[in-house]
Structure formats: C-alpha cells, structure tokens
Design a protein around this ligand. Structure first.
Ligand SMILES: [Zn+2]
Length: 163
C-alpha cells in the first residue's frame, strides 16, 4: 500500500506476511509524482482535477487503492485545503466504486503521516481499503479508558495550541 511499511504490514496484514520495501524514488524523483504525471506505471482507477487514484502494489485486500493529491506534498500539514478536499472527494468516489463492483462491503480509510505512523512514501496518500467479512485484516491496538478528567486535560492542551 505504497506503503504502510513493515510495522503496519504486521498489524494490518494477514498472518505474519511482511510488506516488501519498494523504492520511493526513481532517479531522485518521487514515485507518486511520476504516477501523477503519467511517467510512472500504475493501475489507475480514477482521476479528478486535484487527485489521482491507483491500485496499491501490495494490497492488503483486493482492490486496495491509494488516493494522492496531484500537487506534491510530503506531509499532511503540507497539503492545502483544496487538494485535501480533492483527495477526500476522490476517495469517497472510489469507496463507492469498490462497493458497486462487489469488492467491498465496507471500507477503511487510512493516512500514515510521519515515519512513526508508518509513512514510507513521502507524498501524502490516503489508503482506501476494501473490507469483507472474514477478510482477516486486523489492527492490533491497546485501547484505553482514561476517564473524563484525563480526557479533558488532554483536550485543554490541544485546544490551547489550536487557538
Ligand atoms: Zn510526489
């Protein structure tokens, strides 16, 4: 899923299959920018003025799609609102298409922003992951229940910087 990386492959993948590391640049150029401008090979499924959707080279389920803004942006914070809206809009279209073609009964959207969050290609991309009952996909997480006072304290910290 260009590319959730090994860590996510372990968490999202079936069994212990480990995701292969694929090159993120070709001749010093971003692989997704090359796909956007047509020089990079990809199995495209849709395009809009601001975004392109194509199949992930290492799908976690059949029909796993990546949606990228046409304008290069390494991180979520670098994507302007219009491009972000274009990605969201195209991802919604793709998700509906996956249902319509019978590849999905549900969909997970995932955006890995930063290495610690499993980002491995430095051109923002939104994963559209088709889900079927029994597909074996799983996300291991230690869910917590911190209580209202703790939640309010965290919310206060975040609100203070958001203004
Ligand atoms: Zn790029």
């Amino acid at each position: 899923m260009a590319r959730l990386g090994r860590a996510l492959a372990r968490r999202l993948g079936r069994g212990r299959r480990v995701r292969e590391r694929l090159p993120t640049e070709v001749d010093g150029e971003c692989v997704f920018c090359r796909i956007v401008d047509g020089r990079g090979e990809a199995s495209r499924v849709a395009e809009s003025d601001g975004a392109v959707a194509f199949l992930d080279l290492q799908p976690v389920t059949p029909g796993h799609v990546l949606v990228v803004p046409k304008a290069h942006a390494a991180h979520l914070a670098d994507v302007d609102d219009a491009d972000g809206a274009a990605v969201w809009s195209l991802a919604r279209r793709v998700a509906q298409g996956l249902r319509d073609v019978g590849l999905a009964d549900g969909v997970n959207l995932l955006l890995a922003d930063g290495a610690v969050a499993w980002q491995t290609v430095w051109h923002v991309h939104l994963h559209v992951i088709p889900r079927r009952r029994g597909d074996g996909l799983r996300l291991l997480a230690a869910w917590t229940r911190p209580g209202r006072a703790s939640l309010d304290g965290t919310a206060d910290r975040i609100r203070a910087v958001l203004g």
